[in-house]
Ligand binder design. Sequence first.
Ligand SMILES: Nc1ncnc2c1ncn2[C@@H]1O[C@H](COP(=O)(O)OP(=O)(O)OP(=O)(O)O)[C@@H](O)[C@H]1O
Ligand SMILES: [Mg+2]
Length: 230
Amino acid sequence: MSALTYQTYHAYHIGTDQTLSPRQLHQLRISFEKQPLPATEVLAGRQGAAIVHLENMGSVAVKHYARGGLIRHVNHCAYVNWPCTRGEKEFRWLATVRQLGLPAPRPIVFASTGRLVGQCWLVTAAIPRHCTLTQISQQHDDRRLAIYDLLAKQIETLIRHRIWHRDLHPGNVLVDENGTPHIIDFDKARYLKNRRLLTVKYRKRWTRAIAKYGLQPELEVVMKKATAAT
Ligand SMILES: Nc1ncnc2c1ncn2[C@@H]1O[C@H](COP(=O)(O)OP(=O)(O)OP(=O)(O)O)[C@@H](O)[C@H]1O
Ligand SMILES: [Mg+2]
């Protein structure tokens, strides 16, 4: 990752590793001010990311961080932005896992309002025409076993580097039209040294999602393969 630069544009604190034109900054500001879309399927997040077009960059996904559960009625989307925002955390994790060769979305910008408390956003290169792994498994897509294998290798890489995603379930895997899985939603990630514990945590989170939402039991094969060597 190139060095990050920070700037303030209108009320937004913007961080990026690239140069943004005045037009791109304007387009980003408009996208931050749009009402977020509701999520359309289980495990697809609290809100869908808005897909917008940035001049000379193409389609990007703009994710606005929001809370779920009962707390959302009291505090829907304000976060403590210190020492770093959720968007910056996720930006850095995406850069880290991409350096390891994982095809996670390319991070472009993180943004926030407020110095200590405020809202935050993350902008990544959009994965066009994707489906989630949940959808792939339900459609009995012929490519699905090959996709499970590719994903298992990616999870193995995360485990080998002691990276704990903390929310890895089939809704946080987007599959593009070529059948490449992309793991998303890294904002809660952290390092965890103990490989055995890490494996247990990955299995638990994956299995819990399958049971809770009645997903295809064959999805279990992904975690079995990913953690077979442990
Ligand atoms: N790079 C991307 N390209 C296309 N769509 C994306 C991209 N990133 C996110 N999305 C869409 O936005 C949805 C939510 O994204 P994500 O899982 O990162 O957020 P979330 O689950 O709401 O986040 P959190 O759990 O951190 O609050 C995804 O299911 C997907 O539909
Ligand atoms: Mg998610």
